[in-house]
Design a binder for this molecule. Structure first.
Ligand code: FES
Length: 279
């Protein structure tokens, strides 16, 4: 094989995929980091209003509660709401900082994302039959043993799905001066699609597929085994498109956050349109 970074006999445009991936992931990481720090002064949330008695960074103009998935579950230090036990002196931390480690860790240790960023960012490898800048390869040893935490991040993400579903429920509950009504806004639908995308991504996780169907040679003799088989088949369906679920769900969660941001920041002047019901 030819020697030297990027040297290859390949004649196709092999570099396009890793370059596009580096741009995509790089942008998403920058955006999430910027947003994670952006609301470091959590009193800003008070300015955004209250929904059902709780301070939120919600879209409040219509009385609905649309919480950005990057900030859910909402943890406010010393507030006595969701994050009651978080001490007051951590007031300078954005709610996103308490929780982003879990979705970020889940994605960072995901089998698909590993392939993507090992190629795009680490040149390990640069591409099939393409020379890379370094020869050493020790696999996922040393520091990279941390990748084995993936299954534990997956357990946490399974708990996230009901939390994010609860946010969808909150978004269709309107409160105004003690009056309650149901309604659906564009924001509700965006949050709903976000839950669907994350469910497809999580159910297709290799670790999830192993949990429900692995370590078994018998899928028929008992009701539990037959259930495991059905779950394994379902997970396999999602797993076959795991790359797509991974990339599209990442886009959607950022888009959902941006939507909430654009609806709460006067610079954009967006407002959450009520499609049905409400006040
Ligand atoms: S392998 Fe991708 S989420 Fe688990």
């Amino acid at each position: 094989m030819k020697k030297g970074f990027g040297a290859t006999d390949r004649v196709d445009q092999w570099w396009k995929g890793p370059t596009a991936m580096a741009a995509y992931l790089g942008f998403m990481i920058l955006y999430a980091t910027w947003r994670g720090f952006m609301e470091a002064d959590f009193w800003i949330f008070e300015d955004f209003g209250r929904s059902a008695g709780q301070s939120t960074m919600a879209i409040e103009s219509n009385g609905s509660h649309v919480l950005s998935p990057l900030f859910s579950p909402l943890i406010l230090p010393g507030s006595g709401t969701f994050g009651g036990p978080i001490p007051e002196f951590l007031w300078w931390m954005s709610p996103a900082m308490f929780i982003l480690i879990f979705p970020a860790g889940f994605r960072a240790t995901c089998y698909y994302y590993r392939k993507a960023y090992y190629r795009s960012f680490m040149q390990q490898p640069t591409g099939c039959a393409v020379s890379k800048p370094w020869n050493e390869y020790s696999g996922e040893t040393g520091l990279l043993l941390v990748q084995n935490l993936h299954r534990y991040f997956m357990y946490v993400m399974l708990a996230y799905l009901p939390i994010l579903s609860f946010d969808v429920w909150m978004s269709v509950n309107f409160h105004e001066g003690g009056i309650h009504a149901y309604g659906v806004t564009v924001g509700s639908l965006i949050l709903l699609v976000n839950v669907i995308m994350l469910t497809g991504y999580t159910f297709g996780c290799h670790a999830f597929r192993h949990i429900v169907g692995g370590d078994s040679n018998d899928w028929t003799s008992t009701a539990i085994n037959r259930l495991k088989y059905r779950l394994w088949k379902l997970s396999t369906k999602f797993n076959e498109q795991h790359k797509e679920w991974a990339l599209y769900s990442l886009f959607w969660v950022m888009f959902a956050d941006f939507y909430v941001y654009a609806c709460t920041d006067s610079f954009f002047g967006w407002s959450d349109i009520v499609i049905w019901g409400g006040f």
